[in-house]
Design a binder for this molecule. Structure first.
Ligand code: ADP
Length: 442
């Protein structure tokens, strides 16, 4: 909510970005552990959809481009003409596998390049898997390599060949098990000191571009378009903070929002106030969301009320359960503001007004400015030494003090460095400086 305010102080905005960044990182770790537990409990299911495979590869390429640049690595994306434009597969799992493979390639490559290759072979349609093509993806790096005797062990959970590096040792275990679930294979080849190549082969189905669902609008919502009714929205959740999030998000936009802390209260408010839409938490004391939904939907008037289930459940089949109880849709916690707006548009036809510029939290234009070796040339060698020392011990205070010494005309460079410090990119900074110091162009 604070990130959505239009005029926060610059430092507040930076702190908010750090909180948001760290929360995302924690969520990633938790999700890794949950993914593995779900796989172990055989509760992971496939969620295939239609998507543009080249756009997915491009998006992932863009995501890693800056990091590659800062490390002085060349990142190549080589899509082959044989790729179908649109495919039907589990996009989320494929994205997760590719991000893990590329993240590893970045971590374990100090010089040279990382190449993503993609091609497809047409296959005779397989009625069992419904596939028409076999997709071949390769992530090849020129990094440290993996010893031949470890090439199978790296796919085991909690295996890390270099201790104390960031990571959980779960990424490859999850990637391989997702791949198997999707009917494919994931293998590694490597030459020590020369590099590693991961090959992913997946059965996929080609589909037509028109079948691709539109993706959510990622700009910041600033209002509701004119000439629309005042919608009544009921937020049902036993947690005060969850209710506050929706209340503070929707009330300023002109929605009439009320809250209830259990199903019984929600049913009473529904009878008296007839909300257009209810955000319904499922697990609550007194009367839970399942019972309240069943009660409301059993009445004729309840058919007109949209009920969207809010659940913290990590299981994908929870969706089927809440839909069977009568909910119109399902949203998993933690939920982002954009998903809320998207659902309101989908179910009530509400048109929102979006701001022109992208939201800071989602896209920081200045973060896209790469560091250039010549930027450092303005600083004396003692400064470089001190800066490197502070980065090595991950000490933001002295780093910020040193950044203040950068001449005013180099403001974009200072800002970029400052962002790297705020995002805890100490490893990246210390990797950059020695390389820059010995660089001939420097
Ligand atoms: P994490 O990256 O969290 O350590 P992973 O399961 O993704 O966990 O990887 C397990 C281990 O496999 C890594 O810790 C590393 O030792 C090795 N590894 C993975 N990818 C590469 C690579 N591209 N080059 C060298 N070693 C790698």
């Amino acid at each position: 909510l604070m990130n959505r305010q239009t005029t926060p102080q610059t430092t507040d905005q930076e702190y908010l970005n750090i909180i948001s960044h760290s929360a995302d990182h924690l969520l990633d770790l938790i999700n890794d552990v949950l993914d593995l537990s779900k796989l172990d409990a055989e509760r992971t299911i496939l969620n295939p959809s239609n998507f543009d495979i080249e756009s997915l590869l491009q998006e992932i390429y863009n995501m890693f481009c800056l990091r590659a640049q800062s490390k002085g690595l060349i990142l190549n994306l080589v899509p082959d003409g044989s790729l179908p434009q649109c495919i039907h597969a589990d996009q989320k799992k494929l994205r997760q596998i590719l991000i893990n493979l590329l993240g590893n390639a970045m971590k374990f490559t100090a010089t040279g390049s990382i190449t993503i290759r993609a091609k497809a072979e047409a296959e005779t349609e397989n009625p069992q898997t419904d596939s028409t093509h076999r997709l071949h993806l390769e992530i090849e790096d020129t990094g440290i390599g993996i010893p031949a005797q470890q090439l199978t062990a790296i796919f085991d959970a909690f295996t890390q060949l270099q201790p104390n590096l960031e990571g959980t040792g779960l990424g490859l275990a999850i990637s391989q098990r997702f791949t198997t679930l999707m009917g494919g294979t994931l293998t590694a080849q490597s030459v020590m000191g020369e590099g590693t190549k991961f090959s992913l082969s997946l059965p996929v189905k080609e589909v037509f571009a028109v079948d691709i669902p539109e993706t959510a609008e990622s700009r910041r919502v600033v209002g509701v378009a004119a000439n629309q009714p005042t919608y009544r929205i009921l937020v049902v959740d036993d947690r005060w903070d969850n209710r506050q999030f929706l209340l503070k998000l929707l009330s300023p936009l002109g929605f009439d929002v009320r809250e209830a802390e259990n199903g019984q209260w929600a049913v009473a408010l529904w009878q008296e106030w007839q909300p257009h839409l209810i955000w319904m938490d499922m697990r609550m004391p007194v009367m839970d969301g399942y019972e309240a939904t069943q009660y409301i939907k059993a009445h004729l008037a309840g058919q007109a009320t949209v009920i969207i289930a809010f659940t913290a459940s990590v299981f994908e089949d929870e969706r089927e359960i809440v839909l069977a109880k009568g909910c119109d849709d399902f949203v998993r916690k933690p939920v982002s503001a954009n998903v809320i707006f998207e659902k309101l548009t989908q179910h009530l036809g509400i048109e929102f007004i979006y701001e022109e510029r992208p939201t800071t939290g989602e896209s920081v234009p200045s973060a896209l400015l790469p560091l250039h070796p010549s930027d450092f040339a303005v600083m004396p060698p003692e400064w470089l030494t001190q800066f490197r020392q502070a980065a090595t011990i991950a000490n933001p205070g002295p780093l910020h003090a040193l950044i203040k010494e950068i001449p005013g005309e180099q403001a974009p460079f200072a800002q970029r460095l400052s962002q790297m410090v705020d995002c805890f990119e100490f490893e990246l900074i210390s990797q950059c400086i020695p390389a820059l110091e010995t660089d001939d162009r420097f």
